[in-house]
Design a protein around this ligand. Structure first.
Ligand code: PMP
Length: 436
């Protein structure tokens, strides 16, 4: 019976293929009498596929183990990876809602906020950036972004794409803006939203935040802060500093895999967002939907919006638990101590720090002036090849000017600093000075 079915199906496959251009190997297989009928049937159905199963997928998955001391992602400790390897459950099961509630509390602690609308966007830091901007800005709104590296430029680009009138206030790379300069621009452009990167990972600047939220509110403007590179590594108090929208990523100090992005909205931000006249341009990032999926609204039940990346939520939950166990103050202190130890080591080697003012040095991502006479790309590839350590070059305005070293979360320790310093010394000995 089975044979009859296979035979007739083989005949119909052959009939279908008549007139099609067949790969010679597949054609020969169809008539190779040494093969079983089943194999010839498989050959027949494969011959109907224009794209064959890729040879490369037959090789086992290969992932090297590396020391990730660039600006991100950072290494994930086994506890966080193991959490992500637990069984998948449904994205609407009560157990995942419990885990999402744990995440919400963890983010509220990490951000130092009591905001009800606190959640994690399914996506990387850029997704949270777009979630913040697409929801809080309507076409025609005035927006000001502070540009002290690439993140202010990207925020301006996103706001422009949705029809906002965008102005920027620019600080020289490695510098930050004074509150007086910020007040001037707020008074001039009367923006609905002011964007600032707290930790500017492209230049290594930790921008002061005190007083800016209050200034924004004096001018009836929402204060949006990017803390992707700083949260957990430097003090930040969302409610006290009157930040209206704050977001971060999972892959830096939190040491979780990239792919989830914590975000929180003040009542002031929610009022503007939920009273807007037009729908946000993105369905996926629409805060009304997200707030419901995360149980942040007053609706009696949660409705399907998208399939939450449940295993990424497990890892994020565990990374927040690790931070809560250490305690925020301890984590800030550790990152600061380790950064100062690193900076002293760099200066002892005769290297220079890109950010001159000590208090404006980001404790998580250090920018080192690219050593004169060396090709920075040779240094980073030497360190990768010889020491299995990732460090990186500049980004945006700092390209060619700096090397960037990130020591975040579990990577923020004096022993890791010693490893980077040894690798840098080795690179300076072995790479070609004055080759440029
Ligand atoms: N903002 C800052 C300050 C960052 O450092 C990064 C990542 N380097 C982002 C935003 C964007 O995050 P992601 O790459 O996760 O989209």
């Amino acid at each position: 019976m089975l044979l009859t079915v296979l035979n007739s199906s083989l005949r119909s496959s052959l009939a279908r293929l008549k007139g099609c251009s067949l790969h010679r190997r597949d054609f020969n297989l169809l008539f190779d009498s040494s093969l079983s009928l089943r194999d010839r049937h498989t050959a027949a159905s494969m011959a109907s596929l224009a794209v064959l199963p890729p040879e490369r997928l037959k090789k086992p998955l290969a992932v090297p183990s590396r020391l990730l001391f660039g600006p991100g992602p950072s290494n994930c400790p086994p506890r966080i990876l193991e959490a992500g390897a637990k069984p998948v459950i449904g994205h609407m099961h009560p157990e995942i809602f419990e885990i999402m509630d744990d995440i919400k509390s963890g983010i509220q602690y990490m951000f130092q906020t009591n905001n009800a609308v606190t959640l994690a966007v399914s996506g990387t830091g850029h997704t949270a950036m777009e979630c913040a901007i697409f929801n809080s800005v309507e076409p025609g709104d005035s927006v000001v972004t502070a540009v002290n590296g690439i993140w202010g430029e990207r925020a301006a680009d996103m706001a422009e794409r949705i029809g906002a009138k965008v102005n920027t206030i620019v600080a020289a790379p490695g510098r930050f803006l004074s509150n007086a300069e910020i007040e001037q621009v707020l008074a001039k452009h009367r923006p609905a939203l002011f964007f600032l990167a707290h930790g500017e990972s492209s230049t290594g600047v930790l921008h002061p935040l005190d007083g800016i939220g209050q200034l924004c509110h004096k001018y009836d403007c929402l204060f949006l802060v990017d803390s992707v590179a700083s949260i957990g590594g430097a003090p930040l108090f969302m409610d006290q500093q009157e930040i209206d929208i704050l977001y971060t990523g999972s892959q830096k100090v939190l040491n979780a895999p990239p792919g989830t992005a914590p975000i929180s909205f003040s009542e002031r931000a929610c009022k503007k967002i939920f009273d807007r006249k037009t729908k946000p341009v993105s369905f996926f990032l629409d805060l009304k939907w997200l707030a419901n999926y995360w149980g942040c609204d007053d609706k009696p039940s949660r409705v399907y919006h998208h399939t939450g990346p449940v295993t990424a939520f497990y890892s994020l939950r565990e990374s927040l638990a690790v931070l809560a166990e250490e305690g925020l103050e301890k984590s800030w202190e550790r990152h600061q101590d380790v950064a100062e130890y690193f900076h002293a080591g760099l200066e002892n080697m005769g290297l220079k720090l890109f950010v001159k003012e000590k208090k404006a040095r980001l404790p998580t991502v250090t920018t080192v002036v690219a050593p004169q006479g060396y090709d920075w790309k040779e240094i980073t590839s030497f360190i990768m090849k010889t020491h299995n350590i990732e460090i990186s070059g500049g980004l945006g305005p700092s390209v060619g000017l700096v090397l960037r070293v990130g020591l975040m979360g579990c990577n923020s320790s004096k022993s890791k600093v010693d490893m980077v310093l040894a690798a840098l010394k080795d690179a300076l000995r072995n790479c070609h000075e004055n080759k440029l």
